[in-house]
Design a binder for this molecule. Structure first.
Ligand SMILES: O=C1O[C@H](COP(=O)(O)O)[C@@H](O)[C@H](O)[C@H]1O
Length: 242
C-alpha cells in the first residue's frame, strides 16, 4: 500500500487551486482513457470554494462536463432544499453555473427512509458500473475536527462495515441521520483527495496521519487506497502539527 502524498500550501486559496488543477488533470486523463470520469464529491463547508473555482472559465473550459458523472460520498438526511444539503450546495456552486445535465448527477433521495435511501443509492452506483468493479475515478474527502471523513464518524457502526455500499449513519449526539459511502467503497477509487484547511483541523490531521491507529476515534485512518493513490491537500495551518 502506497503512502499518502502530502501537498502543503501557504494559504487555503492556494490549496484549493492545487486541488482544482488535480481535479482537472484527473478528469482529462480519465476521459481520454475511458471516455468518462466518475467523481464522488465531498460535502460540508470546506469544498464549496473548490466547486466555485471549478465553475470559473479558467477551469471549466478544460473539462468536457458532459462526460462527468457526479456522486456524493455522503449526504445529510435532510430535504433537497435544506441549507444543510450537500447536493444543494454543489448545485449552487457548480452544477447550475455549468449547466450540468441532470442525467449526470446522482443524488441521495432523502424522501425515502434513511436505510431505503442508502440502499437505493448503492443500487444507483452499481447500475452506473454495471458488470464492472465499482471504482470511482476520484473521491474527494474532507476532515472534521473530530477526524471524521465522509460520514464515517467516531464510534459509529459503519466503521466496521466491510461491504462496498452506502449506509445510513445515526449520530446520536445530534439526533440526525447521514448517508455515507463505506470505507471499502471509498478505498476502491483510483484517486482519493482530501482537502483540509484551517488551524482548527491541525490536531485531527496530525492524529490521522501520524497518530497511533485508533479507528474508533480517528475514522479517517480507514481511508487507504486499495490500489490507487491518496493525496492530502493542506494549508500550512492545517499541516502545522504533522
Ligand atoms: O469528507 C467530508 O468531511 C466533512 C468535514 O468537512 P467540513 O469542511 O465541514 O469540516 C464532512 O462533514 C463532509 O460531509 C464530508 O464529505
Amino acid at each position: 500500500m502506497s503512502q499518502p502524498s502530502l501537498h502543503i500550501f501557504e494559504t487555503a486559496d492556494a490549496t484549493v487551486m492545487a486541488l482544482a488543477d488535480f481535479f482537472v488533470r484527473t478528469a482529462r486523463e480519465s476521459i481520454a482513457e475511458t471516455g468518462r470520469f466518475s467523481v464522488a464529491l465531498s460535502g460540508g463547508s470546506s469544498p464549496k470554494k473548490l466547486y466555485e473555482l471549478l465553475a470559473t472559465p479558467e477551469y471549466s473550459t478544460q473539462v468536457n462536463w458532459e462526460k462527468v458523472d457526479f456522486f456524493f460520498g455522503d449526504e445529510r438526511y435532510v430535504p433537497a432544499d435544506d441549507p444543510d444539503s450537500n447536493a444543494l450546495m454543489v448545485k449552487k456552486a457548480l452544477f447550475d453555473p455549468l449547466r450540468i445535465p441532470e442525467s449526470n448527477i446522482f443524488t441521495v433521495d432523502t424522501r425515502l427512509s434513511p436505510d431505503e435511501a442508502a440502499g437505493k443509492y448503492t443500487e444507483a452506483i452499481r447500475k452506473r458500473y454495471q458488470a464492472e468493479q465499482v471504482r470511482f475515478d476520484l473521491v474527494l474527502l474532507g476532515l472534521g475536527d473530530n477526524s471524521h471523513t465522509a460520514s464515517l464518524f467516531p464510534h459509529t457502526p459503519i466503521l466496521h462495515d466491510t461491504s462496498v455500499s452506502v449506509k445510513a449513519v445515526f449520530l446520536s449526539d445530534q439526533n440526525v441521520y447521514r448517508i455515507s459511502m463505506t470505507a471499502p467503497l471509498i478505498n476502491l477509487a483510483h484517486h482519493l483527495a482530501f482537502l483540509v484547511y484551517g488551524k482548527g483541523k491541525a490536531e485531527a490531521v496530525a492524529s490521522v496521519l501520524n497518530g497511533a491507529e485508533e479507528i474508533e476515534n480517528h475514522p479517517a485512518q480507514l481511508i487507504r487506497a486499495a490500489e490507487g493513490d491518496v493525496h492530502w491537500f493542506l494549508d500550512k495551518p492545517a499541516a502545522s502539527q504533522i
